[in-house]
Structure formats: structure tokens, C-alpha cells
Design a protein around this ligand. Structure first.
Ligand SMILES: Nc1ncnc2c1ncn2[C@@H]1O[C@H](COP(=O)(O)OP(=O)(O)OP(=O)(O)O)[C@@H](O)[C@H]1O
Ligand SMILES: [Mg+2]
Length: 513
């Protein structure tokens, strides 16, 4: 190395290999980060993105390879070492303490790192940073009171407060609304303009093109290419990511609308704060129909699905399944009647300490196939689990692996496998953001699975923020805004701009589903 010439890179990772029992999560992976760039780390679920960045952040020690930071070879033994080097990371699951205030969360752990703290100065500095980035959080707010987007701002605040020069964000938009995403991207550009190098872990191609300067694609633990975003395109990145071009889907079909499978009438449901989240919602879902619910998340979609699943008591109104009133039925009875529920936060609805096989049969263990009275037939459970792992492409070394060890996207696939694959008579699927957090190939696989199920007569109520997804899949799209149905559109009449206006409450259409 020649004398004083400054390295062009903040970070250089070369030949990184990281093994877990039965899995090689990173194979000879290389990655560089420049000052002032947003560098997207793109790849399918399980490609090894989080692992590679956890190695940089010191959470994992690599089995092979070397890391240079500011041109100097370093050993990063833990997050403390990383922070000393100016490396910060915001994880897929936030690591904040809900009962503490924003300020308390930000300074947590700083003293131990040798920072001298002065209460007044802290609040002043926090205020400065918050206003510089145009955020609206207060240093005195308790974290549990904040929205997902605001919690993330607290994480960013922590990083800024620690003067990080290298910031890693693990799928930061998966918990954000489209509006919050716009704010985040502005923040990232501002940070980059101040010289911070940012790693954006993602599998969304839009994010590569809307905010990133360079992109490194990972597949099967390897870093298969690094490109300048201006020199690449969607097709090339898809092929690098999944190793083949994408299939197209377009199910145009005729459905009978004689008898509703699910009928919801004048439903009113409260949210956790006791406010009306669903206001007089009425609609019908027909056999084999895919009915989309478009809306900015937080407009009552979640509460509506929870009410149908029996997890939230409606204040008034009725829900009928095949003509039978299920409004006040117990969730177990609703499950037995063939209503499955794919919740938005898959991780929360799966037991991290249980194995893949146990999670897969969590709801189905009352099937005679798997249990007689209280005896569980583990042979059948194992067989079924292996089938599901294969058909839903769950990446796991075995069905006895703990769910907590799976990558984020694979937990999502597991919940989908359970909700679509283990009901003896599936009638209705309630799906909340089922492809959130999933890469292209898995999203495509889920879409195919929905189409297959609908062709078998299963009805699907699909809540999504991705209008492209709704337009591609749904027979009808119902738009919700502030708890109300503000419009219903038929396939063939979809207009993304119009739906967008309805979602934001600018436009309303008089129609009933
Ligand atoms: N702590 C761990 N123990 C065992 N296996 C692990 C662990 N962490 C990750 N793996 C495995 O390593 C592989 C890579 O996982 P990783 O979390 O890095 O993927 P990812 O690209 O971040 O995926 P996603 O987009 O789903 O978050 C996966 O097969 C995963 O199951
Ligand atoms: Mg990950």
C-alpha cells in the first residue's frame, strides 16, 4: 500500500465466509462501501444479506475473510467494537425499550462507552437533529407511543448521536407506510450528503432505483455482482437475484356471484385505543374470488381482518360465513370452519422457540391426520412439514430447526405454508400484507399459490399496500380510508391513480361490494 493515499472505501469486506450448523450463510462474499453513498444490498430471502452485515457489525465472527475499515484491517469482536469504528446498524426488529423515552433510548449505553453526558445538552442536541431532519418526534415521548416510522427515527437518532460514519439499515421500509418511506429516503439522502456511507438491505427493486447509488446483489450466500445503479436495469437485477427471468401472471376469469361465501354487514370495530377503526363496513366475498383491500395501512384493514378471524369483538354489525352467523364465535371455531388468517407481523404469530414442524402444525394439530385425542402423530407431522417446506421453499436445514433461526422472509413463508397448506377444508383466506418483506421469487410463488387456491374455490381477502400486486391478482378492489369503504372497483376498470386518490381520502366513490 502506497504511503498516505487515502482509501476510496469506508469499508472493504473480502472473501467473507460464515457458516451456521448445516448452512453456509456467506460464501466468499465481498462488499465495499464508499463515503457518501447509499449502497443497496439486494437479494432473496435467505441470500445472506443480514448475515453479511451482522459480520460487519460484529454480531457474528466470520469463518474466513478480512474486513478493512477506513483502509485499515480490523477485527470486529462485537457491536461495541463496531460502534467505536463508527459503524451503526438498525435491525429488522427494532431494539428499543418501549417504556423509556426517546432521549433515554438514545443515550442508553453511551456512558459505558466513555461518553460524557449532560442532560440539558442532550435534549438540545436531540432537538437540533430532529428538526434538521424534519421529524416530529419529541425527546420526551415514550417509545411505545410511537408509530413504526417514528421508532425507526429513534434508531436513526441513536446512530446520528453516536456519530456513525457507516450506517447499516436492514430492510428499513418493511414496516413503513409509503409516506413514511418517502420521509426515510429523504433522510438517507441527507445523511449521505454529509458523507455517511449507508448500506440499505432490501429486496425491493424500487428502492434500488429510487434511493441508491450502487447495488450489490447476493444469491445463495455469494455476492454475485456490484453495479452502479445508473448502469443497470430491473431485468438485469432480477436475473442476478433469482438466476432466471420472472414469470408473468394475469388471471382473467369469470366468477359466479350468486352466493356469498363471506358476508360482512354494517360492521363497526374498535382499535386498541378504543377508537372506531372500522366504520359501518359492508361487503360480500364470493366463491373463488380474490377481493383486494387497498389502503394506507392503519385505516382499519387490520381490525377488519381481526374481527372476521374472531380475534377482535365487533361493537356492532354481523359477519356470515356460508350463511351462518360467526360474529361472536371463538377463533377456534372460525378456524375449524375454514377461515385462515395470515397476519401482517408473521414473526409475532409464530413461536420462535418452537421448531419449524411444530409451527407448521400449530393450528392443525386438532386434525385427525395429526392427532388422536391428545396424542400427536409425529410421523405424519414430519411428513406434512417436509412437504410444506419443499412446496413453499422454506430455507431451513431441517424441520427441527428453531423458527427463531430462520431468516425474516422464511418465517413469513412458514406462516403462509401453515395458513394455506394445513386446513382440512379451507374456505376463506384473510391475508394481511402477505408479501411484505418477501423477495420477488417468493412473492411470485405466493401469488401463484393464491391463484391456485382461488381456482380450487377458496376465497381470498387480500390486504395490501402494493397496488401493482392488487391489480395483478384481484377480481375486485375495495378501497378503505379511515375505516370506511370509499370505493369498489371491478377488474378491467382499475386505475392506479384513482385508487391512490381514494386511499388518501381525496376521492370517494359510491358503491357497495
Ligand atoms: N443465527 C443463525 N443460526 C442458524 N442459521 C442462520 C442464522 N442466521 C441466519 N441463518 C441462515 O443463514 C442463511 C442466510 O440468512 P440471512 O438472515 O442472512 O438471509 P437474508 O438475506 O437476510 O434473508 P431475509 O431477506 O429473509 O431477511 C439462511 O439460510 C438462514 O436460515
Ligand atoms: Mg435479513
Amino acid at each position: 500500500m502506497g504511503g498516505m493515499t487515502e482509501t476510496e472505501y469506508l469499508v472493504e469486506m473480502r472473501g467473507i465466509t460464515k457458516r451456521f450448523p448445516n448452512v453456509v450463510a456467506n460464501k466468499n462474499a465481498s462488499f465495499t462501501l464508499r463515503k457518501g453513498e447509499v449502497h443497496a444490498l439486494l437479494g432473496e430471502n435467505g441470500a445472506g444479506k443480514s448475515t453479511l452485515m451482522n459480520v460487519l457489525y460484529g454480531i457474528y465472527r466470520p469463518d474466513a475473510g478480512e474486513i478493512r475499515v477506513y483502509g485499515k484491517r480490523v477485527e470486529i469482536r462485537g457491536p461495541k467494537d463496531a460502534l467505536k469504528l463508527g459503524i451503526g446498524m438498525v435491525h429488522q426488529q427494532f431494539k428499543l425499550i418501549p417504556v423509556h423515552t426517546v432521549a433515554e433510548n438514545v443515550i442508553l449505553g453511551l456512558k459505558e462507552m466513555g461518553f460524557v453526558l449532560d442532560g440539558r445538552k442532550i435534549n438540545q442536541r436531540l432537538g437540533e437533529v430532529i428538526s434538521r431532519y424534519g421529524w416530529k418526534i419529541s425527546p420526551d415521548a415514550r417509545v411505545w407511543q410511537l408509530s413504526a416510522g417514528e421508532k425507526q427515527q429513534v434508531e436513526l437518532l441513536k446512530a446520528l448521536f453516536r456519530n456513525v460514519k457507516i450506517l447499516i439499515l436492514d430492510e428499513p421500509t418493511s414496516v413503513l407506510t409509503p409516506q413514511e418511506t418517502v420521509v426515510l429516503f429523504q433522510t438517507l439522502r441527507t445523511m449521505a450528503s454529509q458523507g455517511i456511507g449507508i448500506v440499505l438491505i432490501t429486496h425491493k427493486l424500487e428502492e434500488v432505483f429510487s434511493v441508491s447509488d450502487r447495488v450489490t446483489v447476493m444469491r445463495g450466500g455469494e455476492t454475485v455482482a456490484t453495479k452502479h445503479v445508473r448502469d443497470t436495469n430491473i431485468e438485469e437485477l432480477v436475473e442476478l437475484m433469482i438466476g432466471r427471468p420472472l414469470l408473468k401472471i394475469a388471471p382473467a376469469r369469470q366468477l359466479s356471484r350468486e352466493k356469498a361465501v363471506l358476508r360482512v354487514s354494517d360492521l363497526v370495530v374498535l382499535n386498541d385505543k378504543g377508537l372506531e377503526a372500522v366504520r359501518n363496513v359492508s361487503f360480500q366475498l364470493f366463491g373463488g374470488e380474490i377481493l383486494g383491500i387497498a389502503g394506507v395501512s392503519g385505516n382499519g384493514q387490520q381490525e377488519l381482518l381481526e374481527a372476521i378471524a374472531g380475534l377482535r369483538k365487533p361493537v356492532s354489525g354481523k359477519i356470515f360465513l356460508d350463511g351462518v352467523d360467526i360474529t361472536d364465535k371463538h377463533p377456534w371455531e372460525i378456524i375449524s370452519a375454514g377461515v385462515s388468517y395470515i397476519p401482517a407481523e408473521a414473526l409475532r404469530y409464530s413461536a420462535a422457540e418452537m421448531t419449524v414442524a411444530e409451527n407448521l402444525v400449530l393450528k392443525a394439530y386438532r386434525n385427525p391426520e395429526f392427532s388422536k385425542k391428545i396424542l400427536i402423530n409425529w410421523k405424519n407431522v414430519a411428513k406434512k412439514s417436509m412437504d410444506l417446506v419443499q412446496s413453499f421453499r422454506i430455507v431451513t436445514p431441517s424441520i427441527n430447526n428453531k423458527v427463531g433461526n430462520l431468516s425474516g422472509g422464511n418465517v413469513q413463508r412458514l406462516v403462509l405454508a401453515r395458513e394455506l397448506g394445513t386446513y382440512p377444508k379451507l374456505r376463506v383466506v384473510l391475508a394481511a400484507y402477505p408479501t411484505r418483506g418477501l423477495d420477488i421469487a417468493s412473492t411470485e410463488a405466493i401469488h401463484q399459490e393464491f391463484i391456485k387456491k382461488s381456482e380450487q374455490g377458496v376465497s381470498i381477502l387480500l390486504v395490501s399496500e402494493e397496488l401493482e400486486e392488487l391489480v395483478a391478482l384481484c377480481d375486485r378492489i375495495m378501497v378503505m380510508h379511515r375505516g370506511e369503504v370509499v370505493g369498489v372497483l371491478e377488474r378491467g376498470m382499475y386505475d392506479i391513480e384513482e385508487i391512490g386518490l381514494m386511499m388518501t381520502g381525496v376521492k370517494k366513490m359510491e358503491a357497495k361490494a
